[in-house]
Ligand binder design. Sequence first.
Ligand code: OSB
Ligand code: MG
Length: 387
Amino acid sequence: MLAKPVASNVARVAPPAPLRLDALELRLVRLPLLEPFVVSFGRMDSRLAFLLRLEAGGQSGWGECVAFESPLYSYETVGTARHVIREHLAPAILGPEVKDLADLAARFRAFRGHPMAKAGIELAFVDLVARLRGEPIAGLIGGTRARVEVGVSLGIQPTVDALDERVNHFLALGYRRIKLKIKPGADVPIVEEIRRRHPRILLSVDANAAYTLADAALLRRLDAFDLLMIEQPLAHDDLLDHAKLQQTLRTAICLDESITGHEQARQALETGACRIVNMKIGRVGGYSEALRIHGLCLERGVPLWCGGMLESGIGRAHNVALASLSGFTLPGDISGSGRYFERDVILPPVEVAPDGTVAVPTAPGLGFDVDVPFLESRTESFERLRP
Ligand code: OSB
Ligand code: MG
């Protein structure tokens, strides 16, 4: 069956008048992580944040490209994204007038792939448009929530006791959902024990593509633990095997890596590859695709939540704005700044209230100030692109 077209809010994301984009700044900033983050594909000790600043009409907007340094989560890296932006995306948008977000997205459409690179620019554009209009991003895109519910994603730990200590720590801070990273050899017994110690919490697992259909029997054992979802059990680019697996599982599969845009989301839902969608604005190519996927999930009644990529405060603030849309019905991986960083690049930092929610800012644009002197002190590379 063909999906009915869904009215999206992409058309509303327009500056007061067509904009000539004057400059795009690319900045790499290294932020140490408070604790190492271990997942099935590797370990991170610091985050190299790729920040973008777009200038036009005497204003500027901030975005973040969520690519990592190595192609372990997706094929994109900080290096490939910087190359694609510098050589292809920036020349397509700097100089000529841009009418709105749809117009910006249209200029990127001919370039295949590289959604994280495209998203970095879209985020900066949307912040810029919101600031020019004097509106918060959440309002501009049609967000309806004043606060968003948040959960926490916990990396693989050396022992169950160490993991449980982290679970208790974040439950005490108010986080409403706990997500455990799993991999072959660190899965069923650990999840069983955490569930035994916390019979009532909202609990999910994320495999980051570490299994194959040959592991279906093992994955079915997770059905015993009343999990909210199993996130991305199979390959990063697979839909077919996820659909086969979902038919034999009681627990909902949630796709993350596999959903790189609206088309993949539509095909995942039509084939039954997942019952829940993890939205990462960077992974899907920015606000234009994210708003379309949001419309699709709303129309089909599919639960949606906002994922995270260990973003600096800039990407984090965009996530908060996005999660204010009504289709985001499950707690997101939107931690407070202090979950990852000693000091964030925005002021004030993102804070999780004791009820496990984060306030959606009401000030124009991102609604946070960027701490430019701090950014400058941590900058590893900087370049300014002009038409
Ligand atoms: O799969 O959701 C994921 C972090 C890095 C790469 C992939 C993922 C994650 C997380 C953490 O789970 C999300 C966050 O808190 O930013
Ligand atoms: Mg994930």
